[in-house]
Design a protein around this ligand. Structure first.
Ligand SMILES: Nc1ncnc2c1ncn2[C@@H]1O[C@H](COP(=O)(O)OP(=O)(O)OP(=O)(O)O)[C@@H](O)[C@H]1O
Length: 305
C-alpha cells in the first residue's frame, strides 16, 4: 500500500503523536505499508494545499492524523484535487474528535493497525458550504465559536478543558444573545430568533454524540437542528436534553432533513459560522450535500454504515 500521511503535530492529543511511529512501524513490518510519504502541517491550510499536489490513484491511502479541523482540511484537499477514489483514513488525534467518535474509529495502536489492515471502505457524503467543504458539521450561534476561539497551545496542553475554559469565558457574553435568521430550502422558509443552529452530516458535534440522532453519513441529506429563542429555563432544559438526544422533540427545537439549505441573517449582524471546529467566515451561506463524494476507511465492525 502506498500511503500519504498528513499529520498535524499540534492537534489535541500529543500522546497520539507519540504512538504514531509505532502504528506506522507495525504496518511496515507487516508488509502493509510499502511506500510512505509523510507531510507534517505547520499552519492552517497546509493539509489542503499539500493534497492539491497529488493525483487520484498516486496513493492507495491518505492517512490524516489530527482532529476535526485537520480532517476538514484533508476533505477540502480531496474534493478540490478530485481525489475521490483515494480512500482516506483518520487517526483521531484531536481534542474532541466528533467524526472519529461517530465512526467508532479506535485510538489505540492495535485497533488502528487492525482498521488499516482489515477495515472496510465506505462512500461518505460531504457537505459543501459556499465554496468549501465539511465532513461533520457547520454551526452558528450560542457557544459554537468556542472551538476556534480556544488557542492551539491551550488545546494541546489542556485538551477538552481548554474548550470548557473558553466556554465559561464566553457564557456571560453570549447568554441572552439570539440571532434573527431565515432558513430556506426548496419552497420552505423558516424565520426565527435563534440561539444556535447546526447543519450536520453525522450525529455528533461538540462531544454530544446524539446532537442529530437521525443523521447518517451516507443518506444524501443533512440533519438541521435549530434551537429557537425561548425563556432561560426552557433553554436550560433543552441543553440538558441534548446530552440524551431528546431535544429534537422539544417545542423550541426545529429538526428536519434536507440536501440543500440557505441561511441568511435578517439584519446586518456579522454572524460567524463554525465549520468542523474552524472559523468558516460569516453568514449568509448556502449548503449542499455532495452524496457519497469520497471514500473512507472504517473498522470492519463499524455498525453505523
Ligand atoms: N503545526 C501547526 N501548528 C499550529 N496549528 C496548526 C499546525 N498544523 C495545522 N494547524 C491548525 O491547527 C488547527 C486545529 O487542528 P485540529 O482540529 O486537527 O486539532 P484540534 O482542534 O485539537 O482537534 P478537534 O477539532 O477535534 O477538537 C487547524 O486549524 C489546523 O489548520
Amino acid at each position: 500500500m502506498r500511503v500519504k500521511i498528513i499529520n498535524n503535530p499540534s492537534s489535541g492529543k500529543i500522546t497520539v503523536q507519540k504512538y504514531l511511529h509505532t502504528v506506522v512501524g507495525k504496518l511496515v513490518l507487516d508488509g502493509v505499508f510499502k511506500y510512505i510519504d509523510t507531510f507534517n502541517t505547520s499552519k492552517k491550510f497546509d493539509a489542503t494545499n499539500e493534497l492539491l499536489n497529488i493525483k487520484d490513484g498516486e496513493y492507495d491511502l491518505i492517512l490524516a492524523v489530527g482532529g476535526d479541523g485537520t480532517l476538514n482540511e484533508v476533505v477540502n484537499g480531496v474534493m478540490k484535487a478530485k481525489l475521490n477514489n483515494t480512500p482516506v483514513a483518520l487517526i483521531p488525534a484531536g481534542t474532541v474528535n466528533d467524526f472519529g467518535n461517530y465512526l467508532s474509529i479506535p485510538n489505540d495502536v492495535d485497533g488502528l493497525c487492525n482498521m488499516i489492515k482489515n477495515g472496510k471502505i465506505i462512500d461518505v457524503d460531504v457537505g459543501r458550504v459556499n465554496n468549501n467543504y465539511f465532513a461533520n458539521v457547520a454551526a452558528a450561534g450560542f457557544l459554537t465559536d468556542v472551538p476556534f476561539k480556544a488557542s492551539v497551545d491551550a488545546k494541546t496542553t489542556f485538551g477538552k478543558f481548554a474548550y470548557y475554559a473558553e466556554a465559561v469565558k464566553e457564557l456571560q457574553r453570549q447568554i441572552f444573545n439570539s440571532i434573527s435568521l431565515e432558513f430556506k430550502y426548496y419552497d420552505k422558509s423558516i424565520i426565527c430568533d435563534t440561539y444556535l443552529f447546526a447543519v450536520l452530516n453525522t450525529s455528533s458535534t461538540g462531544g454530544f454524540r446524539s446532537f442529530a440522532p437521525h443523521a447518517k453519513i451516507n443518506d444524501g441529506r443533512f440533519d438541521v437542528c435549530i434551537i429557537k429563542k425561548s425563556d432561560i429555563l426552557d433553554a436550560a432544559s433543552i441543553f440538558l436534553k441534548i446530552i440524551r438526544g431528546e431535544h429534537i422533540n422539544d417545542e423550541n427545537v426545529i429538526y428536519f432533513q434536507t440536501d440543500k439549505l440557505c441561511v441568511r441573517p435578517l439584519d446586518s449582524s456579522q454572524i460567524h459560522i463554525d465549520i468542523d471546529g474552524e472559523d468558516g467566515g460569516i453568514l449568509p451561506v448556502e449548503f449542499e450535500v455532495i452524496p457519497k463524494a469520497m471514500k473512507f476507511l472504517v473498522p470492519k465492525n463499524c455498525s453505523i454504515v
